[in-house]
Design a protein around this ligand. Structure first.
Ligand code: F6P
Length: 324
């Protein structure tokens, strides 16, 4: 580790922002500083990598930002980086700025980008999973997931108050893209009557069966993942078809789930993974994602990270028991 050739690390956040990203940036800057390594922050994800939009990252400035949501480096989904031309330009920019290692914090798309970039660029990359969706293989949790679930629960609890006061059916749509993790967690922990997720094909049939017995003397809360194949609107119209008297509302929680101060768990995860990423680089490792499995640091090659992530069996059983 003493003779590591790494003297200058570039760091960026990419894809949807997620609470905990700033904590990871702080940990990266702090770890690098103690080893005498310079850190440059690359703004707006792959866009900044192409354009050379770099700023110095100082640990003391980041320390007080650990508690802040979003990402101080800003983020983007870059179309240009998907093209080989964009990646070649990024490579030139890295060389021109003497960057000899990269740490990227982001989701699925970020890892696909790193994998493609590794075909033309031989400097080492380490990834940190940062997305509220929790849809990344090789880690139990992604940065921001816990905070997003807490935000969703807080809001669903509020919706329950008004739903119970009016004896209404409420359909609450939560984020997650193609993953039902946020829906399962927020639905289970807010006592939803039904939870619909993309991974569970027949859940809509169960819902219709269950709601047949709904007697308008109570609230009925349905949490739907945005990626569910049926979707909030269609669920609403099917319920209305069965009973046009039903008093029903739809609430989309939307981007509120991405913002806010990170939870304690996300701050801690950001710190652990940030430190792990720099240490991995100094150990000469490359093209792997730092994650946590069974509460132990775990490194997964990018090829395995980008594989389709599945909801684990135990959670599916909980869904079966409580959400159908
Ligand atoms: O991947 C994170 C996420 O928040 C998804 O849950 C959601 O589908 C998507 O990003 C929304 O993206 P945008 O901010 O571009 O609308």
């Amino acid at each position: 580790m003493k003779n590591s050739p790494i003297k200058h690390i570039g760091v960026f956040t990419s894809g949807g922002d997620s609470p905990g990203m700033n904590a990871a940036l702080y940990a990266i800057a702090k770890t690098a500083e103690t080893k005498g390594i310079k850190v440059s922050g690359i703004r707006k994800g792959y866009e900044g990598l192409i354009d050379g939009d770099f700023i110095p990252l100082e640990a003391h400035e980041l320390q007080k930002l650990t508690q802040k949501g979003g990402t101080i480096l800003k983020t983007a989904r870059s179309k240009r980086f998907m093209e080989l031309e964009g990646r070649k330009k990024a490579l030139q920019t890295l060389k021109a700025n003497s960057i000899d290692a990269l740490v990227a914090v982001g989701g699925d798309g970020t890892f696909k980008g790193l994998l493609a970039f590794s075909e033309i660029c031989d400097i080492p990359f380490i990834g940190i999973p940062g997305t509220i969706d929790n849809d990344i293989s090789g880690t139990d949790y992604t940065l921001g997931f816990d905070s997003a679930v807490n935000t969703a629960i807080e809001n669903i609890d509020k919706i329950r108050d008004t739903a119970e006061s009016h004896n209404r059916v409420f359909i609450v749509e939560v984020m997650g893209r193609d993953s039902g993790y946020i829906a399962i967690h927020s639905g289970l922990m807010s006592g939803a009557d039904a939870i619909l997720i993309p991974e569970s094909g027949k859940d809509f049939i169960y819902l219709l069966d269950k709601i047949k017995n709904y007697n308008s003397e109570d609230a009925f809360l349905i949490v739907v993942s945005e990626g569910d194949e049926i979707g909030a609107e269609l669920v609403a119209s099917k319920i209305k078809e069965m009973n046009k008297e039903v008093d029903l509302r739809i609430t989309r929680l939307g981007h509120v789930q991405r913002g806010g101060n990170p939870s304690a768990l996300d701050r801690m995860l950001g710190i652990r993974l940030g430190v792990a990423a720099v240490n991995a680089l100094l150990q000469g490792r490359k093209n792997i994602m730092a994650g946590v499995l069974n509460n132990q640091l775990h490194f997964t090659p990018f090829e395995d990270v980008v594989k389709q992530h599945q909801v684990n069996e135990e959670l599916m059983k909980l869904l079966e028991l409580f959400g159908k």
